[in-house]
Design a protein around this ligand. Structure first.
Ligand SMILES: Nc1ncnc2c1ncn2[C@@H]1O[C@H](COP(=O)(O)OP(=O)(O)OP(=O)(O)O)[C@@H](O)[C@H]1O
Ligand SMILES: [Mg+2]
Length: 508
């Protein structure tokens, strides 16, 4: 089949790190090529080079057989290469149409022709089955829609090759299904797609061929139909991934108690409506739900980011209702936040500094107001080793790390923090399957030492695998509670959409 793109002998180094070590790949017309590999394997770097965001040290790129120099994203776009960024680059207060046509408007006498542009967007949206309302304000659109806007933007710019870097990490399960089907439609329409993902089931569903990278090197390129999840994970991490067993623990000590928690929105609507829940020592408790049903707000209230609620929150036996973040952390709570860049880390600070965050006053790391730098760096190195965080040294800035490695720094800091109760929001987002297994083991180890964990994740498989008990959240309330062994995926799916489960039968 016709090769639309060839990347040949690409080398890219950052100091002593060889991010891409002589990598050659090609992309064919109408295919979906997946790129898989551990955190820090070099996936994003290779795609940044293709999109003109990074410059290779050496190597060549050919489009339709002709050599090209892609020196910036605008050159890439001119060459009909588009990229759907993970952190969307949209203007929130503007409309869907304005965002899509930005810089390429159809103008009438140099005025923005609203109607024509909206028609063009509606036509594209129709043609590729990407549902959007051209007149909606972007800020009011759910994440899945914002991603469709990003895709439409690349299509509007006539992209023939579209790159997706971990597109499903921010989506709900239903949105993921829509995305994968959209990708298949685009490929069927003759577009050539590249997707980076850690979810091997997604690879098995959409990809035609799979590129496997490890530590900057190309390990193999395989046809999807000739491979399996087991084989791919083996190629990625060099070993099999094990399964965890759930052991029951009984304890009546309550580490988290939330009583009658109610939170109103600015518009007077209830975002949280009389929520009651608890987490005992020795328990991992999951919150399942389609995102946007109050989970974010619930976590914000418990962790002190939101203080304008009614109701009572008790952590580790102390009433912490309406306390601020620092006071709640003192009471014995650690928190892996949903947005690792916004709340979890300081991107300009070093790994050591980020590991220290929140512990500056502890006896372990400071004496008479002076930091014990050696102790801090030693602890940072320990976590870097245990969580196999791929870095050159502990003085590197967070912004220099690959996405998954930055997440590992936050997860490691919060899980290993010496406190009984942890709220873990999407603790493995963007983390490769080997490290995911390790994070799961650590969460279980914490539970086994009679810690408690509230796990909020859009990964149902993570909930089913780790949780002793599960609450389902719908429309700001907890609408069901069950023990892990009493439920299956199907029932859970129905409950998450507001349906009811009655004894053995599911009613909608
Ligand atoms: N700006 C930078 N400065 C220094 N090192 C960098 C920079 N960008 C990337 N690296 C290093 O290059 C290597 C490859 O990073 P890359 O982002 O390509 O990994 P990845 O495969 O996308 O990983 P992930 O699954 O975590 O997103 C990593 O070791 C990373 O730390
Ligand atoms: Mg990456």
């Amino acid at each position: 089949m016709e090769k639309v793109l060839e990347m040949k002998n690409i080398v890219k180094t950052y100091g002593r790190v060889v991010a891409n070590d002589d990598i050659s790949i090609d992309l064919r017309k109408g295919e979906i090529l997946a790129i898989v590999g551990e955190n820090g394997a070099g996936k994003s770097t290779l795609m940044k080079i293709l999109y003109g965001l990074e410059k290779a040290d050496s190597g060549e790129i050919f489009l339709h057989g002709k050599p090209v120099k892609i020196t910036s994203p605008s050159v890439a776009m001119d060459l009909q290469i588009g990229m759907v960024q993970q952190h969307f680059m949209l203007f929130g207060p503007m409309t869907v149409t304005e965002n899509i046509v930005y810089n390429n408007e159809i103008s009438k006498y140099s005025f923005f022709d609203k109607k024509k542009n909206e028609e063009k967007v509606a036509e594209l949206s129709e043609r590729y089955g990407l549902k959007v309302d051209p007149t909606a304000i972007v800020d009011n659109c759910p994440v899945g829609t914002q991603q469709r806007i990003e895709i439409l933007k690349t299509l509007y710019q006539n992209a023939d090759i579209i790159i997706f870097d971990e597109p499903s990490a921010v989506l709900t399960p239903n949105e993921v299904d829509d995305l994968l089907d959209t990708m298949k439609n685009l490929a069927a329409a003759g577009k050539s797609l590249i997707i980076i993902t850690h979810k091997l089931n997604e690879v098995m569903y959409v990809a035609d061929r799979v590129v496997v990278l490890r530590a900057g090197k190309l390990i193999d390129v395989v046809n999807k139909k000739d491979t399996s999840i087991e084989q791919l994970s083996y190629m990625m991490i060099g070993r099999q991934v094990a399964n965890l067993e759930i052991v029951e623990h009984d304890s009546n000590e309550t580490l988290l108690k939330v009583e009658n928690l109610t939170l109103g929105s600015e518009l007077g609507k209830k975002v949280l409506d009389n929520v009651n829940l608890y987490v005992n020592a020795g328990e991992i408790v999951g919150i399942a739900g389609v995102s946007g049903n109050g989970q974010t707000e619930l976590v914000r209230c418990i962790s002190g980011l939101e203080r304008n609620y009614q109701g009572k929150v008790t952590v580790n036996g102390s009433d912490v209702s309406n306390f601020d973040v620092a006071a709640i952390r003192k009471a014995g709570l650690s928190h892996i936040p949903e947005d690792r860049y916004m709340w979890g880390s300081a991107r300009e600070a070093t790994i050591s500094d980020n590991i220290l965050m929140g512990e500056e006053d502890s006896i372990r790391f400071s004496k008479n107001g002076i930091l014990k730098q050696k102790e801090i760096d030693g602890y940072a190195d320990k976590l870097i080793g245990e969580y196999s965080i791929k870095v050159d040294n502990n003085k590197q800035k967070i912004k220099e790390l690959s996405g998954g490695n930055a997440q590992k720094v936050i997860t490691a800091r919060e899980v290993e923090r010496d406190c009984p109760f942890t709220i873990a929001c999407e603790p493995t987002r963007g983390i490769d399957i080997g490290a995911m297994e390790f994070v799961h083991e650590r969460l279980v180890a914490k539970r086994d030492k009679y810690g408690g964990i509230l796990l909020v994740t859009s990964e149902l498989s993570e909930i089913m695998k780790l949780c002793d008990r599960i609450y389902v959240m719908y429309n700001g309330s907890i609408n069901y509670e069950f023990k892990n062994e009493d439920i299956d995926d199907h029932k859970l799916g129905v409950l998450m959409l507001g349906g009811k489960v009655d004894e053995n039968k599911v009613v909608n």
